[in-house]
Design a protein around this ligand. Structure first.
Ligand code: UDP
Length: 366
C-alpha cells in the first residue's frame, strides 16, 4: 500500500481544490509544488501591507452560484469591480467596449448612433469571421480594432491578429449601455487579504512540500501514492515525446513609489504597438488600499521557451492538434489524471478551473 491515496502535483487552484475535497473525504493527500510558494499563479506577495498579484492581476468572477458559494466558504470577497482603462498614445478609453468607449471614440451619445457607426465599419466583413481581426471588426468596427485591439493583441500573443483564433476576443463584452464592468458575470470580487488566504484554507491540514519537481523523478514520486493528479504542462509530463506545445510567456517588472496613488485604477492597458508592455497593474486598488506607498507592475508578454513559466496556452489549430495527441496518451496513462490550465492546455478562468476540479472530485470520490 502506498503512503498516500493521492499525490497532487501543483498547488494552484485545481490542485488545491482537489486536495481539499479529497482530504475531506478522508483520503490521504500530498501536494507537491515546484515553486517555493503555494497557489500557482494566484499567489500574492505582501509588501508594505499591499497584496501584490505576483503573476499578474487576478479578479475572480463567475456566473455560477455554487462556485461563488464554494469560494466564499474560505475567504471573504470584496466589492471590487474590474473597470480597466485603455491608454492609446495618451488617449484614454473605458473598457470593455461600451457606450463610454463609443462616446470617447466618436462623440456619439445614443446606442442608435453607436450601432450605426459600427454597422458601417463592419460592412467589410460579409462572411463568418475566420480570425481575430475579422471577429474584432465584426464586433466593434475598424476604429476600435485599430486603436484598442490590434496593437494590444499582437503584443500579447506575438502574432498577427489575422493568424489568431477568433474566440480570444469573444471573451470581451460589447455593450450598448454606459457600463464599464469588464465582466458580465453575476458575482465578482477580490479576496480580502489576497488569494493566499483562499489557498491556505483549502490546504489546511494537508501535507505539502515546496521546491519539489515531479518531472525530474517521476518514477519515485509515483510510488508514493496510488494516484497522481497532475496539473503541470502535459507535454513536459511525456518528456515532449510528440513535440512541444507553445505558450505565451510573461515578464513582470514591479516598482515601488512613495506616493499613495499612481494611476487611479487597478489596470491600465497600453493598446498601442510601440509600448513594450500590455498593461500596468496598481495592486492596492484591488483592495481599495489606503497605504502611503504603492506598487505597480508592468506586464511584458515575451517569447516562451522550455523551462520558462507557461502562462497562456496558444490554442490555435496546430497546438490543439498536438494537444489532442497528448490527450490520447494521457488517457492511456494508468492512475494519472491531468487537470487545470496546463494539464488540459486550456485558456481557463479561475472559476472554470474550480468547477473542473469539483467535477473531478465528484467523479473520483463519490
Ligand atoms: N484585448 C484587447 N485590448 C484590450 C484588452 C484585451 O484587444 O485592451 C484582447 C486581447 O486579444 C486579449 C483578449 O482581448 O488577449 C482577452 O483579454 P483579457 O483581458 O480577457 O485577457 P487576460 O486578462 O486573460 O490576459
Amino acid at each position: 500500500m502506498s503512503i498516500y491515496d493521492y499525490l497532487i502535483v501543483g498547488s494552484g487552484l485545481f490542485g488545491s481544490v482537489f486536495a481539499h475535497e479529497a482530504n475531506n473525504k478522508g483520503k490521504r493527500c500530498l501536494v507537491i509544488e515546484r515553486r517555493n510558494h503555494l497557489g500557482g499563479n494566484v499567489y500574492c506577495q505582501n509588501r508594505d501591507d499591499i497584496n501584490i498579484h505576483f503573476y499578474g492581476g487576478h479578479i475572480f468572477h463567475t456566473n455560477a452560484p455554487d462556485i461563488w458559494e464554494y469560494v466564499n466558504q474560505f475567504v471573504v470577497f470584496n466589492q471590487y469591480i474590474n473597470s480597466p482603462i485603455a491608454n492609446y498614445k495618451g488617449e484614454l478609453y473605458n473598457l470593455p467596449f461600451n457606450m463610454n468607449t463609443f462616446h470617447e471614440m466618436w462623440g456619439v451619445i445614443t446606442p442608435r448612433e453607436a450601432k450605426r457607426k459600427i454597422a458601417k465599419q463592419r460592412a467589410l466583413i460579409t462572411h463568418e469571421p475566420q480570425n481575430l481581426e475579422e471577429q474584432a471588426i465584426h464586433l466593434v468596427g475598424t476604429d476600435i480594432y485599430e486603436k484598442l485591439i490590434k496593437g494590444y493583441t499582437e503584443k500579447q500573443w506575438g502574432r498577427k491578429c489575422t493568424e489568431l483564433p477568433a474566440f480570444i476576443i469573444k471573451r470581451l463584452p460589447v455593450r450598448y449601455t454606459y457600463d464599464n464592468n469588464y465582466f458580465n458575470d453575476r458575482y465578482q470580487g477580490v479576496p480580502i487579504g489576497g488569494y493566499n488566504v483562499l489557498i491556505n484554507h483549502l490546504l489546511e491540514g494537508i501535507d505539502v512540500r515546496l521546491n519539489c519537481d515531479f518531472n525530474t523523478n517521476q518514477e519515485a514520486w509515483r510510488d508514493i501514492a496510488d494516484k497522481v493528479i497532475y496539473t503541470g504542462t502535459i507535454d513536459e509530463y511525456f518528456h515532449y515525446c510528440l513535440g512541444e506545445l507553445e505558450y505565451r510567456g510573461l515578464r513582470f517588472e514591479t516598482e515601488k513609489y512613495n506616493i499613495d496613488n499612481y494611476q487611479g485604477v487597478a489596470a491600465v492597458n497600453y493598446t498601442d504597438a510601440e509600448t513594450p508592455y500590455t498593461r500596468i497593474i496598481e495592486h492596492k486598488h484591488f483592495e481599495f488600499g489606503t497605504q502611503s506607498v504603492t506598487y505597480i507592475t508592468k506586464e511584458y508578454p515575451v517569447f516562451w521557451k522550455r523551462g520558462d513559466e507557461a502562462y497562456y496556452p496558444i490554442n490555435d489549430e496546430k497546438n490543439q492538434n498536438l494537444y489532442q495527441q497528448y490527450l490520447i496518451k494521457a488517457k492511456q496513462e494508468k492512475n494519472v489524471i491531468f487537470g487545470g490550465r496546463l494539464g488540459e492546455y486550456k485558456y481557463y478562468d479561475m472559476d472554470k478551473v474550480i468547477q473542473s476540479a469539483l467535477h473531478l472530485t465528484e467523479k473520483e470520490l463519490s
